[in-house]
Every structure is written in C-alpha cells, then in structure tokens.
Design a protein. Structure first.
Length: 178
C-alpha cells in the first residue's frame, strides 16, 4: 500500500465543545476536567491539568463533549492552532475542536504530529474579522499525505520518543531551578 493524498476533513472526526451555564453552580467544580485554550499551548504533547472542572450534570446539560484518551484538542478561536493530546477523558469549551481519526486507518499519535506539521497551512486558512477562527471548512481546504498504517506507527514512535525526551529534560530543568 502506498501513501495517499487526502483532505484532513476526510480522515478527521471534528467534535465541537461547549460551556455549561456558569450561573448554575451544580454544573461546576466537579471531577471532569474542562479544557479551555489557556489550559494548553505550551508545546507539550499532552495537557494534564485544567483550570476548571465540571460535574456530570454540567456535561449532560450543555453542548460540551467528552474527549477520550489520545484524542486531540486544537484551539479554534483567538489564539488559533494550539494543539495537544488528551491523556484521559476531558470536556472542552466552544473555542476548541476535538479531533480524532474517523477510523482505524490513521494512528492517533501520527495524526497529532501530522496536524502539528500542518499548522502553518491551517493558520493561513483562518477566517474572521475580529478574531481569527478555524472552521470545519478549514479542514476541508488542507491536503495531507497519509502513509500506510505501519509507516504512521513508526513515524509516530520516533517523534514521540523525541517529545518524551524533551518533556523529561524540561522536568529536570524545572527540578534544578527549584
């Protein structure tokens, strides 16, 4: 099987987020992490912590969705193109999209690095008069090359090992600074 060119929108499930009503206290301060753009964007592969959390009731009574382990979060408004993976289930607001492969033909970690590599093109395709915005149509305008799954896995494994080393070095530097 050879590499195939395809539109990002053909391989991605694009999931919209939402915000539970802030005036209803029982929707907030629960045990479900709730992502907003300020929670990620430090170039780390994973986002582990969120400033805010919601309850199960907040999740069920709003348009927010729950992303699963290794889904991808991308900021879509204001500071567009910030990207991270999710290490465990998290909900998220409407300024972001959750992204995951539509099927098992695309490795999730490979998809993360593919998107990271496509950010420059993605940022050129933003819309908006007040705030830059990534729309669902943005993903239709970007073509990418998808290698066979085995190659995706190998590429992702190498890049992941490099990111793991960088993250470990950051921890060491932080520890030394402390």
């Amino acid at each position: 099987m050879k590499s195939e060119k395809t539109k990002l929108s053909d391989i991605l499930e694009i999931i919209g987020g939402g915000t539970p009503k802030t005036t209803i206290a029982e929707y907030w301060n629960g045990d479900i992490p709730w992502l907003s753009v300020k929670d990620f964007g430090n170039d780390d592969r994973y986002v582990y912590k969120t400033e805010k959390t919601i309850t199960k009731s907040g999740l069920e009574n709003s348009s927010t969705k729950l992303l699963q382990k290794d889904d991808i979060i991308i900021s879509a408004r204001g500071t567009v193109g910030e990207l991270s993976m999710i290490p465990f289930p998290m909900a998220f607001n409407q300024s972001c999209y959750g992204l995951r492969p539509k099927d098992d033909s695309v490795d999730k970690t490979f998809l993360y690095y593919l998107l990271k590599n496509s950010l420059r093109t993605l940022k050129k395709s933003v819309h908006g008069s007040v705030f830059d915005t990534i729309t669902r149509d943005t993903f239709k305008s970007i073509e990418v090359t998808i290698p066979p799954f085995r190659e995706q896995y190998i590429i992702a494994k190498v890049l992941k090992a490099l990111d793991d080393k960088i993250e470990n070095n950051k921890k060491i530097n932080h520890h030394l600074a402390a």
